[in-house]
Design a protein around this ligand. Structure first.
Ligand code: PRP
Ligand code: URA
Length: 212
């Protein structure tokens, strides 16, 4: 697994606003959008490109375009907060929706939506979930996406816990784990006894959209 922690000053400042318990929902959403833009920009750094010829007002030269239309997969609810940023940078992307709710006693995800293209082979796939805590939600999604032929999946998270990152390495087949990339703004200290990330930023879905 490749782990890329984006520690750009603008990313760190945005994350600090998100962590602050006083940040209201009205500010939390746009700041998360900005941080997601920075993370997706970094996450797409290695996407394959195809050379194209372009004619400027002065000359003909060689440029590039993405070799394949990417697929972005937000994990509902909280991943929806990252989706407009991803589509802003990748306007031709296809969107796969995965709806999961973590059972707060077992910490296991239960599935309520899987709207995912049948064939993901040869397409870059970005999985969007702000919080990688136990890793159970991301693992569920990775198994689903791998089962549809995705390779070299890129997980984009705002905050990751060491326990969740270790779970990805331990639970995925070796080849899938080796091809996986995680891009995050921070690897935090630990999970607490209710499997929340510490220091974290609290419940990302609630902070974006309100309590359920
Ligand atoms: C949160 C978060 C992740 C998941 C992380 O979602 O958005 O999807 O928990 O936890 P894990 O790594 O231990 O699986 P939640 O289930 O609370 O749903 P929500 O996004 O609708 O609030
Ligand atoms: N889900 C969240 O939204 N936050 C955490 O810290 C853990 C799981």
């Amino acid at each position: 697994m490749q782990l890329h922690v984006v520690d750009h000053p603008l990313a760190v400042s945005s994350l600090t606003v998100l962590r602050d318990e006083r940040t209201p929902r009205s500010r939390f959403r746009p700041v998360l959008h900005d941080l997601a833009t920075m993370l997706v920009y970094e996450a797409t750094r290695t996407l394959p490109i195809t050379p194209v010829t372009v004619t400027t007002p002065l000359a003909t030269t060689t440029g590039a375009r993405l070799a394949a239309e990417p697929v972005v997969a937000p994990v509902l609810r909280a991943g929806l907060g990252m989706l407009p940023a991803a589509l802003g940078l990748l306007p031709e992307a296809h969107t796969a929706f995965i709806g999961l709710a973590r059972d707060e006693s077992t910490h296991r995800p239960t599935v309520y939506l899987e709207a995912v293209p049948a064939d993901l082979a040869s397409r870059p796939v970005l999985l969007l979930d702000p919080m990688l805590a136990t890793g159970g939600s991301v693992l569920h999604c990775l198994r689903l996406l791998l089962g549809r032929g995705a390779r070299g999946i890129i997980v984009v998270s705002i905050v990751a816990a060491p326990e969740g990152l270790s779970a990805l390495e331990a639970e995925l087949p070796a080849e899938a784990a080796a091809e996986l990339t995680v891009v995050t703004a921070a690897v935090d200290e630990r999970l607490n006894d209710i499997a929340y990330i510490v220091p974290g930023l609290g419940d990302a879905g609630d902070r974006l959209y309100g309590e359920m």
